[in-house]
Design a protein around this ligand. Structure first.
Ligand SMILES: [Zn+2]
Length: 247
């Protein structure tokens, strides 16, 4: 199983990254986690044609995680896709995508089935998935996911306030990918909806993960460096990825 970081920036896309989005792939299966930027182009850069994509898995219905959904479906229509596409996520995220879908009349265009599924979907292709609920904003439910395939376990904690309670499925992850909104000195503000770099590192330590990647990070390079140093202070194998890095 390979994880490719298609984007690692927070709500503000920037020069070196689009909003956070991941590709989870095995020899048989490819899953796009959240849809931002120019999704077809990003997938091509990661070596996957959107025609062969098996599923779109959504973490939540906030704009920076779903806005490119209609563009992805539109590109599949332009390519005459016939293979069904799974779109999975919680009710709010699916509702937003269905709204886009009907607003742009994609339902009248496309020649393939969309298989809408809930966030607790257990398996896509040869990738086993466990979902867990996270707190982000009171009105927006967020799902994190653990992916297992090829003897590897990867857990993704998207936009959320770290609770330091590790979902059982995420224990012993080879890679833990966690959002981080800033430094712990700004914890009071950040913890209204996000996690600090220190808290993400504590999560990785508590989960007994092998590596930690911080995503959904701010644009400022100096702040990123300080966040990474803060995380490495408690969890040495912490990193901030670059765009299109394979983890
Ligand atoms: Zn976000």
């Amino acid at each position: 199983m390979e994880i490719t970081v298609l984007g690692f920036s927070n709500g503000l896309d920037c020069l070196d990254s689009t909003n956070t989005s991941l590709l989870v792939s095995t020899a048989q299966t490819s899953i796009l986690v959240d849809v931002s930027g120019s999704p077809r182009q990003s997938l091509l850069k990661a070596g996957v044609d959107s025609l062969s994509l098996d599923a779109v898995l959504l973490t939540h219905g906030h704009i920076d995680h779903v806005y490119a959904f209609p563009s992805l479906i539109h590109s599949m229509w332009l390519q005459n896709r016939t293979k069904p596409l799974i779109v999975a996520g919680n009710d709010l995220a699916i509702g937003v995508c269905k709204h886009f879908f009907s607003y742009f009349r994609l339902d009248r265009k496309i020649g393939f089935e969309i298989d809408w599924k809930c966030a607790s979907t257990k398996q896509i292709g040869d990738v086993q998935i466990s979902s867990f609920s996270l707190y982000h904003r009171p009105e927006v439910p967020v799902n994190g996911y653990t992916f297992m395939a090829d003897g590897m376990k990867v857990s993704y904690f998207p936009d959320s306030v770290a609770s330091l309670v590790i979902p059982e499925c995420a224990l012993g992850s080879d890679i833990l990918i966690h959002e981080a909104g800033g430094l712990d000195e700004d914890r009071e503000e950040i913890n209204k909806s996000h996690t600090t770099a220190l808290q993400a590192a504590l999560m990785a330590k508590k989960a007994n993960a092998k590596e930690l990647f911080l995503v959904h990070v701010p644009e400022n390079p100096d702040l990123r460096k300080r966040m990474l140093a803060e995380a490495q202070g408690v969890f040495p194998d912490a990193f901030i990825p670059s765009s299109f890095q394979n983890l």
